[in-house]
Design a protein around this ligand. Structure first.
Ligand code: G
Ligand code: G
Ligand code: MN
Ligand code: NA
Length: 251
């Protein structure tokens, strides 16, 4: 069947799934939370990657409903996690165009009873270019609900440093392309990363490295005192059902 039909069917029949990837504090490797990553299982049981179906869901206008489902599901699930573990949800630009995003987030927080500061909303730089004033207004409202805002995939695309003071971010996530360059111990990427971490300190932003795949990369991030780390080395995205045993295995 066509992907479009598949998406509509999946939404009606709750066939989307959320995988969760853990985030750790870099220095002591303590679990800090998870990022919710949407998955779609096709008729043959294979997972369709989000890079394939999210653009289609955006074009169809279906991403609003799907995004609402992810927010409700992820906050309800995270409410049952121990301590102050966070849950991060990725937002699409389309969700900022509907005028309903703030309401949707408020509803998810109320229905789940999750402490709002445990919800992180991830946005990408491309969103900020389109309609900055409108996005800024909504980010401020989301923040006044108590949610945290993370700038995702930082350092790629059209990064502008002015975003860092024009928008109310709590966290910056360094794109995983930086990790590939890190092993060269005295190279320029490492110096740039060091500067980004220092900049985050100055701006009072928490900083996370994405795409950590090797112990060498983790060691470099420790040296740089990057706050949090995420990547296949530390934990792959996993279905919700695996989270209890994952938590046991690392405690
Ligand atoms: O999980 P994976 O690394 O394959 O994700 C690929 C892309 O899909 C990432 O850019 C991620 O931000 C995006 N993505 C994953 N889940 C969601 C979601 O629930 N909503 C939106 N808008 N994007 C998502
Ligand atoms: O754009 P965003 O950061 O939301 O995308 C997260 C995506 O990155 C997910 O699809 C996830 O599967 C992927 N990812 C997470 N950790 C790693 C990693 O260590 N290496 C690679 N190659 N991809 C990763
Ligand atoms: Mn993300
Ligand atoms: Na990212």
């Amino acid at each position: 069947v066509l992907l479009e039909e598949r998406l509509r069917h999946a939404l009606q029949h709750s066939e989307f799934e959320i995988y969760y990837q853990p985030l750790f504090s870099t220095m002591d490797r303590r679990l800090r939370g998870f990022e919710a990553l949407l998955r779609l299982r096709d008729d043959d049981g294979y997972l369709v990657p989000p890079d394939v179906f999210i653009p289609v869901a955006e074009e169809m206008g279906l991403i609003t409903a799907v995004g609402e489902w992810v927010l409700n599901e992820a906050t309800a699930f995270a409410q049952g996690w121990p301590g102050d573990l966070t849950v991060a949800v990725n937002l699409s630009a389309i969700q900022f165009e509907t005028g309903r995003l703030v309401e949707t987030v408020r509803n998810a927080l109320e229905a789940s009873d999750l402490t709002p500061s445990r919800l992180e909303l991830e946005i990408t730089e491309s969103l900020l270019i389109k309609d900055p004033a409108n996005v800024l207004g909504q980010l401020l409202e989301l923040r006044s609900l108590g949610a945290r805002i993370a700038l995702d995939d930082f350092g790629t695309g059209y990064s502008s440093l002015s975003y860092l003071w024009k928008f109310p971010f709590d966290k910056l996530k360094i794109d995983r392309s930086f990790m590939l360059e890190l092993e060269d111990a005295d190279g320029k990427p490492r110096e740039i990363l060091k500067t980004i971490v220092a900049l985050c300190r100055t701006l009072n932003l928490s900083v996370t490295a994405e795409g950590v795949e090797t112990n060498e990369q983790l060691a470099a991030l420790r040296e740089l005192q990057c706050d949090q780390s995420q990547g296949f080395l530390l934990g792959r995205p996993m279905p919700a059902s695996q989270i209890p045993s994952f938590m046991m295995s690392i405690s």
